[in-house]
Design a protein around this ligand. Structure first.
Ligand code: IPE
Ligand code: IPE
Ligand code: MG
Ligand code: MG
Ligand code: MG
Length: 308
């Protein structure tokens, strides 16, 4: 077992248990839900995945004094949105990928129309989970909860994922510069990591300065996470990643190694890691003085130096 799986085993298990419940036949009776649709929803969501966005959100929340239980619905909603993004990302009209998490991608296992519908359904269900479960398990104020739901909408759409995915497709086959590349990565991937960190801070009643600080750290982690993804597409294998490799070069995607090379991309990761470590420092006079950020630091290290 790797460090990440071992260290965060119970967090991952808690996320999987809640997702299993949300997508269970007991919670979605076959009398009303078409069985094949439920099967496809479960296939696209409960099929592994590192759950890293959820774990980041939980660890950031716990570091700031919240309980896992209080933020679990937000962490799971984020994973549902992420699962949706992967299902749609793999569609023939997007990246056209046949393999995801070591299995046929959803449109290959079911059909294209099912993949579109499952993705749409997951977004709507994620909002439902936030609205239904969050007020029950957390002691956050209605204002805090609504602010997080509003942020979730932003990062799922024009201030995040959809805008980024649009930019990613638009940049295919074109010469890209630093600005375009950063834009693509910041929106398509950085936004969900920003949300993980920012919502943790908002729900824990952190100061405005701390919320902003966590937001910036989330963006850095998200950018780094996508740089590693770009590198692994070149350097790793289908067996290790559970997805097709070599696709970015074939599809002429805007990536860090394509623009800067592999060595410079790794240097960028080192820089981001240093900045994140500095940002999570808890010594005297630091913004996070008095908090325990040890696990967050270990998570950051895994994210930026992972091999899968
Ligand atoms: C893959 O994300 C897509 C990116 C934004 C890089 P992950 O590497 O977190 O995928 P899973 O959830 O573990 O499968
Ligand atoms: C991230 O980019 C995808 C999303 C934001 C959904 P990629 O297209 O590189 O992700 P993979 O490599 O297919 O997982
Ligand atoms: Mg893509
Ligand atoms: Mg892809
Ligand atoms: Mg990729």
């Amino acid at each position: 077992m790797t460090t990440y799986d071992t260290l965060f085993e119970s967090r991952i298990a808690a996320v999987n248990t809640m997702l299993e419940h949300v997508l269970s036949s007991q919670n979605n009776p076959v009398a009303t839900v078409y069985p094949d649709l439920l099967e496809a929803l479960r296939y696209g969501t409960l099929n592994g995945g590192k759950r890293i966005r959820a774990v980041l959100l939980i660890e950031a929340s716990v570091a700031l004094g919240l309980t896992e239980e209080a933020v679990l619905p937000v962490a799971c909603a984020l994973e549902m949105l992420h699962a949706q993004s992967l299902i749609h990302d793999d569609l023939p009209c997007m990246d056209d990928d046949d393999l995801r998490r070591g299995k046929p991608s959803l449109h290959r296992a079911f059909s294209e129309s099912t993949a579109v519908l499952v993705g749409d359904c997951l977004i709507a269900m994620a909002f439902g989970l936030l609205a239904k479960a969050l007020p029950v398990v957390s002691s956050c104020s209605p204002g805090q909860i609504l602010s997080v739901i509003s942020d979730f909408s932003s990062v799922a759409s024009l201030e995040g994922l959809i805008n980024g995915q649009y930019a990613d497709i638009d940049a295919e086959g074109k010469p890209v510069n630093r600005e375009t590349l950063e834009y693509v990565h910041r929106y398509k991937t950085g936004a969900l990591f920003r949300f993980a960190m920012e919502s943790a801070a908002k729900l824990s009643s952190a100061t405005e300065e701390q919320v902003q600080h966590f937001s910036v750290l989330g963006e850095k982690l998200g950018l780094g996470f996508q740089i590693v993804d770009d590198l692994l597409d070149i350097e790793s294998s289908e067996t290790v990643l559970g997805k097709t490799v070599g696709k970015d070069v074939a599809q002429q995607k805007a990536t860090y190694p394509a623009l800067y090379g592999e060595a410079a991309s790794r240097e960028k990761l080192d820089l981001l890691y240093t900045q994140v470590c500095e940002g999570l420092a808890t010594g005297d006079g630091k913004l996070l003085c008095g908090f325990n950020t040890q696990l967050l630091l270990q998570l950051a290290s895994f994210m930026l130096y992972r091999s899968y």
